[in-house]
Design a protein around this ligand. Sequence first.
Ligand code: LMR
Length: 335
Amino acid sequence: MFDTLTRRWLVIGAIALASPLSWAQTAPIIIKFSHVVAPNTPKGAAADFFAQRAAVLSKGRVKVQVYPNSQLYKDKEELEALQLGAVQMLAPSLSKFGPMGIKEFDVFDLPYIFPDKRALHTITAGPVGRKLLSKLEPKGLVGLAYWDNGFKIMTANTPIRQPTDMKGLKVRIQSSKALEAQMRALGAIPQVMAFSEVYQALQTGVVDGTENTPSNIYTQKTHEVQRYGALTNHGYIGYAVIVNKKFWDGLPPDIRSVLAQAMKEATQRNDVIAQKDNDAAIVAMKASGKIQLHMLTDQERQAWIKQLKPVHKMIASRVGAGLIQEIYAALERRH
Ligand code: LMR
């Protein structure tokens, strides 16, 4: 009934159907990694590097597909997509966990809580950092690492030097209650908005100003629609790299350790790039002539600190006064 060639194909097909496991084993494990920033940012570069290392270390068994620039999902949607398993990995900023009910993460948004990155790393690498990541598990997520971006600056279309210069400005913030309190403490009007919508909102005057890291401001071309900025360094933006727990727990153990190694390497690289990118972005924005960036005098900086430090108390009942004290104490112990 069948000629030799057809019979041969039928045999191959039958073998394939009879051993679905061997086919499944050879198909690469796909990890969709979605994020909202440009590829040439610390997070963008680190995600791409993680993808490369995961491919090399797993000898091709893992394929990480990176989707930058909110291409797949915006801020809030990407977290929902991760919980549903539509993507497997994200690196949202720490400010984005509050709306999921993990209010303690708002502590990272407290103005002037971390004097510098070393102080911040003491916390993220220590018991507080681990405790916070463990709070992701009941939400179906596993926290693999913290990635730096950097300290934020303020921008607007009117000069900013003193905290009083923020009065009455409509300012875009991420969805964090600490950031909301911070803007109110400045007399500004906070407007929660997805990252992908900020440029247009500034361009059309829906908001007057924003806060972000120099690298985010530069790569989003925010400096082209904002005339003034102040290097306030009043708060931090960093990320938690997270995976869907069910997906992670279902991976073969050897793949999990390969990915952990790739993540370790990507984290180290991220933190080096973050500093360089933010420094370079300030230089590039100044050179563009499009925005005037003001470096605070010591006196001005003290005025910002004085105006914003009370936010710690205002937000204590939300994040837990104990957590804030734990951070103060850990930072104190370094001296
Ligand atoms: C923002 O929304 O401003 C940032 O969280 C974007 C990012 O991921 O750095």
